[in-house]
Design a protein around this ligand. Structure first.
Ligand SMILES: C[S@@+](CC[C@H](N)C(=O)[O-])C[C@H]1O[C@@H](n2cnc3c(N)ncnc32)[C@H](O)[C@@H]1O
Length: 429
């Protein structure tokens, strides 16, 4: 019987106490993302400098160096157990240094994961090198891999680009090392900064995703996850660390403290506030979108109009209904192509302010049309052109989890409904 060490009142934060190798096989749940900061096994009695003082590099008995075979066996065991707990499209992030990262990389490949990136986290404020015989150690590596070679993963490319002054985010992340304000609930010797965890969670998960940390320590992963509306389960064998984790979660149940931490996340300082982003993310998830077909020769005209027309007549001159619930759609997105050409978004979209049924005589330029009635979609402003909405569509993805009726309408070039999230996911790279 699995005992939960701690379950938060909002049921978004769970902690298990014990050996991760024993606990992982004991439950069935599958996760959307895993972050693991396993022992680096670097506690070899060496010395370092911290806040101007000479200190031992030893972190605890769990981190004692025990040789390469032990390291490989350890990594193989936990990685294969964690892989079983991942959804097919899930990804895993593993942090490390030269002490363990080569072993982790090799075993990931051996177990069938596909490595997506190796992030170099460059600490903007590293401790100086004590011996003066090496370059200052200022980086850690974080490997990002997906469970399955063939099953696509989620990546919020757009957000990462926005956070990087509208340029593609690189695999070198300059983010500060752990700061004092993150240690209010006690000290863990290898606590990760919230800014690193928030970035990787937002890059690879959607709201409400389930995140697992099999070596949770003070649960930075869980705190970052909950701050950005994701759910969390963490495992650690040391009760002292679970206690810090629990107190950190209780601390952010106070909205003022949660807000304080959100304002400290490096990516969102001096840009836009994280809270605003999260509200948008939630809204965008379910923004209802109408897809409209636009002939290639008509695209040029879109720059200076806020109107779009759908035929409202069936073959036998009956008024065609818009797809169910169309009238509360928020956004119109146009696509072109078809028949022998690939179906592509052509970059034009707009926020809908009204949709009305109109006779051709009431529409400028349509009085001679063969079609008697149209649905006139009026946008809040003229069409916006975005290069990020120019891509070939995977039409099946576009309506996945919506319904088949809309897929059929779309295949006949009729107005069809989906969500903004689906549109972004239907991008064929
Ligand atoms: C590098 S620390 C993680 C620190 C964490 N990322 C944080 O921000 O606080 C690794 C943690 O794994 C735990 N650990 C090591 N071996 C374990 C095992 N077999 N089962 C459960 N926990 C383990 C240690 O107690 C330690 O807290």
């Amino acid at each position: 019987m699995l005992n939960t060490y701690f379950k938060s009142s909002d049921k978004n934060f769970y902690l298990l106490h014990g050996d991760t190798m024993k606990l992982l096989p004991e439950f069935e749940h599958k996760f959307d993302m895993v972050f693991a900061d396993p022992p680096y096994f670097l506690s070899n009695d060496g010395l370092s400098i911290q806040s101007g003082k000479i200190v031992s590099v030893n972190k605890g008995t769990w981190d004692k160096s025990q040789g390469f075979d032990y390291l490989n066996d350890f990594n193989r065991q936990w990685l294969s157990l964690v892989r079983d707990k991942m959804k097919d499209d899930a990804t895993i992030w593993i942090s490390g240094t030269m002490h363990n990262i080569f072993s982790v990389g090799q075993i990931l490949t051996e177990l069938g994961f596909k490595i997506l990136n190796v992030i170099t986290w460059e600490k903007t404020n590293p401790p100086p090198n004590f011996s003066c015989r090496y370059f200052t150690y200022s980086t850690e590596q974080i490997i990002w891999a997906r469970k399955n070679e063939k099953i696509p993963h989620y990546f919020n490319y757009e957000l990462m680009k926005q956070l990087n002054n509208d340029k593609q985010m690189k695999d070198v992340w300059k983010l500060p090392a752990i700061a004092h304000w993150e240690k209010t609930c006690g000290k863990h010797p290898t606590q990760k900064p919230l800014s690193v965890l928030t970035r990787l969670i937002l890059a690879s998960t959607k709201p409400n995703a389930w995140i697992l940390d099999p070596f949770t320590g003070s649960s930075t992963t869980g705190i970052a996850a909950n701050l950005v509306n994701r759910r969390f389960l963490g495992i650690d064998q040391e009760e002292t660390f679970l206690n810090i984790s629990q107190n950190r979660k209780i601390e952010i149940e106070n909205p003022k403290i949660a807000e304080f931490y959100k304002n400290k996340i490096a990516d969102f300082i001096n840009t836009r506030r994280l809270t605003e982003f999260l509200d948008n993310e939630k809204a965008n998830e379910t923004i209802k979108v109408v897809l409209g077909f636009c002939q290639a020769k008509e695209i040029k005209k879109l720059n200076c109009t806020n109107k779009f027309y759908f035929h409202a007549i069936e073959n036998k001159n009956t008024i065609r209904d818009f797809p169910i619930n169309l009238f509360d759609a928020k956004r119109l997105i146009l696509y072109s192509g078809g028949r022998s050409k690939p179906i592509k978004l052509n970059g034009f979209y707009g926020e809908i302010s009204s949709i009305t049924l109109k006779h051709k005589s009431d529409i400028e330029g349509k009085s001679n049309s063969k079609t008697e009635f149209y649905y006139e979609v009026t946008l809040a402003q003229n069409f916006i052109e975005s290069i990020d909405l120019k891509f070939t569509l995977n039409t099946k993805k576009l309506f996945e989890k919506i319904d088949d009726i809309n897929l059929k309408l779309f295949q006949q070039y009729l107005p069809a409904i989906t969500t903004w999230e689906r549109v972004i996911e239907a991008n064929i790279q």
